[in-house]
Design a binder for this molecule. Structure first.
Ligand SMILES: Cc1ncc(COP(=O)(O)O)c(C=O)c1O
Length: 395
């Protein structure tokens, strides 16, 4: 059976969905698992003494175990968050308490704004210097300059595993090892990398790895942060569900947090999201990812040659298996995307929340086509036809 048939939003649809780098469609079994969770009885986990609550508690712990089976480490190293953005902000809040004007933080020039703005704010409020690893003329980060920045009393190196704009994958093993040699902590923004690979976080040896469920065929609003040493991390949120004891009186205001990983998850968790993520991790465990990546790469290569043959400038990494970004010196990206939308082809146009990177590449906007498990030859033919329409309407 074709994988597309497993995704209700696409199986009988006219829609050609080519925006999975932004957010993925959900497999039927994930949607059903969420619905089942809600119809069987939703309960808030943590110490509820009735079955709905106990079932929610079990689901939380099962999902942590599934994450550790897929990406390594122990379940106790995974914090549930609302996604990559919250995961990065959690880490930024921790470093906010450590940084001062003697320190520096390092990012690369190809970061998504989610891995840039928290560090810009930290630099502004603590006086720490924000260093940006520049790009070389070929668009890749200049690794020769890495040691220079790492040696500048650098507290943290925050780096994307894969660019959402060009699909360029960074040589993380080498970069993280070099950071470790300087005693610099590392945070990986893995939002784009987890759908096409199964990075093993303990082998990467990063301190933190952030990712989102909705870029992994799960619902939006759920994601995780892998943390190498969670006992050293400061919780971002404080509140219910995470305390052993609270004293609040005039003479002795104090609280003691629980010791397990749930101390980072104050408040009521997104249980329908967790149910979806759990079902999705089971779904993905049955997919042959290497085969899929290969198949998607062939599709993207086909789209890429057609795009080039029509005179568009391709700016994505030719090795990317799922991202094709291009510009036109004649037409605005939004016009291209609107014409494609009128043909029921969904692509994204604009700055893709990576303005510094796009600027460094010499552009203000571009069109991005991105594939998921469900895309097939027919989608690429429809895209090719759509792009030819763009030329005939605007040209
Ligand atoms: C590379 C990268 N980092 C971070 C994010 C933010 O992810 P989220 O909106 O799920 O928090 C995105 C989303 O597009 C992304 O592509």
């Amino acid at each position: 059976m074709k994988i597309k048939a497993l995704f209700p939003a696409l199986k009988h649809s006219e829609q050609v969905y080519l925006d999975s780098a932004s957010s993925c469609q959900l497999p039927e079994e994930v949607i059903k698992a969420m619905s089942r969770y809600l119809s069987q009885g939703h309960g808030n986990p943590h110490r509820g003494m009735y079955s709905f609550s106990e079932m929610a508690e079990e689901l939380l712990s099962k999902t942590r175990t599934q994450l550790s089976s897929r990406f390594g480490g122990s379940p106790a190293q995974y914090i549930f968050t609302s996604g990559t953005t919250e995961s990065i902000n959690l880490v930024a809040n921790h470093f906010q308490g450590l940084a001062n004007s003697n320190h520096s933080i390092l990012v690369t020039q190809l970061e998504h704004h989610a891995n840039l703005l928290p560090w810009m704010r930290l630099a502004k409020t603590t006086g720490a210097k924000l260093n940006i690893l520049p790009l070389k003329t070929d668009g890749a980060p200049d690794l020769e300059k890495l040691d220079t920045y790492l040696s500048q009393n650098c507290l943290l190196f925050a780096v994307s595993h894969e660019s959402n704009l060009t699909g360029l994958k960074l040589p993380l093993n080498n970069m993280i090892q070099r950071a470790r040699d300087y005693g610099v902590s590392t945070l990986v923004d893995g939002a784009q990398a987890v759908s096409g690979s199964k990075p093993q976080f303990t082998e990467l040896d990063c301190d933190f790895y952030a990712f989102s469920g909705h870029k992994l065929y799960s619902p939006a609003g759920i994601g995780a942060l892998y943390c190498r040493e969670p006992e050293k991390l400061t919780p971002l949120k404080l509140g219910g569900g995470i305390v052993n004891r609270v004293q609040a009186d005039l003479t002795n205001s104090n609280y003691q947090l629980v010791e397990d990983i749930s101390r980072f998850e104050a408040g009521s968790p997104n249980m329908p999201g967790i149910a979806g993520l759990s079902a999705c991790l089971s779904f993905l465990a049955r997919i042959n990812l290497e085969e899929e990546v290969c198949r998607q790469k062939q599709l993207i290569q086909k789209a890429l040659s057609h795009t080039r043959s029509l005179g568009f400038t391709v700016i994505s990494d030719p090795e990317s298996h799922h991202i094709l970004s291009f510009t036109s010196n004649q037409f605005h990206s939004h016009d291209i995307a609107s014409i494609l939308a009128s043909e029921n082809i969904s692509v994204r146009a604009g700055h893709h929340c990576a303005q510094p990177y796009l600027k460094a590449l010499g552009h203000k906007h571009c069109v991005r086509v991105s594939l998921g498990l469900y895309n097939d030859e027919e989608d690429i033919s429809r895209l090719q036809h759509g792009l030819s329409q763009v030329i005939s309407i605007l040209g």
